[in-house]
Ligand binder design. Structure first.
Ligand code: ARG
Length: 603
């Protein structure tokens, strides 16, 4: 209902200027016009509320109720407003309650039913030239290290944010900023040479069975053997200067890790383009030069850094962002600066993005605040462009501690996902037995996969991402509550209605639909909020808004389903109610797609 909301706001503005704001108060108007009308805070207040009379009463030092009475007189004369709204009512000390006319809501329902996007507008006008490019930097695990639950969260949240932007018509570049460069490769390659052959002759035939174990073993040697450490350092230099064998060994390690990551992406059905840290190597030197030219670079104890404004350490001294270490090596932050500059197109062939979104745990908030600040001061963020860090909290076990296996080891992502599918299958088999239902193996396999994976994703997305969240299979797989199975089940109910309904699509004539039941109107109002929810996520990057909305929508639908006969009434009633089922179905399907969750006809 964005369009209606905008029209209404505009008409209110016009009337406000006409009746209340005298010319000399024009600046005041600019201040207050922002929140002229808002969503009603409670259903019984109607659709929207206007609280402006209270603010005006302070400006004019008079009674808010009287102001409201005058205001309403003018509002009533506005044709647009009288077409859209029922009589405006004053409530409390001077609030104005706004209720849309039923016929306006029905027109909206009809138009959303016809619209494949359920009423969500595209962000750009019809020509593709105005399409903006958004980069979402997410997932981004590190080579030879475990992809952990933090990366899982980043992957799930980043994918959903990407999908929402794609749906709104942005050009989205999903980037996997893999940790594929850095000093750790020195020790990994040295270990490789020690374990296989020092000249790495038959490198193609090397298979490391467990890369994470391999990493741990190399790290142990690096920490304990001076000679190994020395050779590892030399190896880094060789790798950085592009010695063939070292590069080959590096590629081998990357390929192996990539295979493991890809398995997870496949299970989760995630598309992402790999562009690791190593990609930005050629640009690192010029970052130093550029910062130096702009007089931002300061030498401190041999390291080159930029001191950050407004960010201090415990002693109150400004924090440095280290750009080049004493030994000449570059940092995580240096690569991020190079990546940012490249993505905003300062380099030939850069990405030309309008917005970059980084999805990582909140432990990296300071890192990004520093990087963004330096980029701003260096003028690398073009006008009208935006950067956002999307931080999220930790994943914990139900005991509130770090997620672990029963034996106390860290949980492998693969195992975590298959555990969820396994449990979903157990639940399903139990249900089949209770209902004495027979289903074939394909059905069981697919249904448990959709539920198991969907549940993990939804549990992650439905949390306010900023807080830590407790991982509980039991909760996320429950058919009750704000869970994927509950939403999927609602969809299954609608599919059931569709199967029972013997009317053809053509027979469903929208022209005469009408509603009388309170629960119908509640559902209508929920359905019409969909576009506002999607648009708000684009601003604040909180996918849990969509989840909360869907939970509300499903509860409202299920109440309607339980209490209002859908297929039994007269033709017009039946068509009207089926229309609401169809729009609920479409909204749910589109939304679950945006959350990366597959859907089911039966479960
Ligand atoms: N590889 C990093 C990690 O595992 C995440 C990278 C996030 N993206 C970025 N541009 N820094 O913590």
């Amino acid at each position: 209902m964005q369009v209606i909301f905008k029209e209404l706001t505009k008409s209110f503005e016009e009337s406000l200027l006409e009746s209340l704001i005298k010319n000399e108060k024009k600046e005041e108007f600019e201040k207050i016009r922002k929140n002229l009308i808002n969503q009603a805070s409670k259903e019984e207040y109607g659709d929207y509320q206007c609280n402006i009379c209270l603010v005006l009463s302070k400006i004019y030092k008079s009674n808010p109720r009287e102001i409201a009475i005058t205001f309403i007189e003018t509002l009533k004369e506005n044709k647009k407003i009288s077409n859209l709204c029922e009589d405006l009512e004053i409530a409390g000390p001077g609030f104005i309650n706004i209720k849309l006319k039923n016929k306006v809501l029905i027109e909206e329902i009809k138009s959303n039913i016809k619209c494949p996007r359920a009423g969500v507008p595209l962000s750009h006008k019809n020509n593709s030239h105005s399409q903006k490019k958004v980069i979402v930097d997410f997932s981004s695990p590190n080579i030879a290290k475990e992809m952990h639950v933090g990366h899982l969260r980043s992957t799930i949240i980043g994918d959903s944010i990407s999908k929402i932007f794609e749906f709104r018509g942005y050009i989205v570049l999903r980037l996997n900023h893999i940790g594929d460069w850095g000093t750790q490769f020195g020790m990994l390659i040295t270990q490789l040479k020690d374990l296989y052959s020092s000249d790495l002759k038959e490198i193609d035939r090397i298979k490391i069975s467990d890369l994470v174990e391999f990493y741990k073993a190399s790290k142990k040697r690096f920490d304990n053997e001076i000679e190994f450490q020395k050779r590892s350092r030399e190896e880094v230099v060789q790798l950085q200067s592009g010695v063939k064998k070292s590069i080959e060994a590096w590629k081998l390690l990357c390929n192996q890790s990539r295979k493991e990551f890809d398995q997870i992406y496949k299970t989760l059905n995630i598309k992402i383009k790999e562009r690791g840290e190593s990609f930005y190597n050629p640009f690192l030197k010029s970052i130093i030069e550029d910062l130096n030219d702009k007089r931002l670079l300061v030498e401190d104890q041999g390291a080159k850094c930029v001191f950050l404004d407004g960010m201090t350490n415990k002693e109150g001294n400004p924090l440095p962002l280290i750009i080049q270490k004493k030994d000449g090596g570059f940092n995580y932050a240096t690569t991020d600066l190079a990546a940012l500059r490249y993505r905003f197109n300062k380099e030939p062939n850069g990405d030309n993005a309008a917005r970059i979104i980084y999805v990582t745990d909140h432990g990296q908030s300071n890192h990004f605040a520093g990087v963004f600040q330096v980029a701003k001061r260096a003028n690398w963020i073009p006008k009208d462009c935006e950067v956002n860090h999307v931080p999220f909290g930790l994943v914990q076990g139900i005991d509130g501690k770090k997620l672990k296996t029963r034996e106390g080891d860290t949980i492998k992502l693969k195992d975590l996902l298959s555990e969820s599918v396994k449990r979903a299958k157990e639940d399903l088999l139990k249900r089949l037995e209770i209902e004495s239902r027979f289903e074939n193996d394909d059905f069981i396999l697919n249904t448990s996969k959709v539920i198991g994976i969907g549940a993990v994703k939804y549990a992650d997305l439905s949390q306010n991402r900023i807080t830590n969240y407790q991982f509980s299979f039991e909760k996320m797989l429950s058919l009750n509550g704000n869970t994927a199975p509950y939403l999927l089940y609602t969809l299954v109910r609608i599919s059931g209605i569709n199967r029972k309904n013997n009317m053809t699509k053509e027979a469903i004539n929208l022209e005469s639909i009408s509603y009388s039941h309170d629960l119908e109107w509640k559902l209508i109002r929920k359905l019409l909020n969909f576009d506002e929810v999607i648009i708000s996520i684009e601003k604040d990057l909180m996918p849990n808004r969509l989840c909360n909305y869907l939970f509300e929508l499903c509860k409202t639908f299920n109440r309607f389903y339980d209490q209002v006969p859908i297929l039994k009434g007269e033709m017009i009633t039946k068509i009207s109610r089926l229309t609401l089922c169809a729009l609920t179905e479409k909204t749910l399907k589109l939304s679950l797609e945006l959350l990366g969750i597959e859907t089911l006809e039966r479960m």
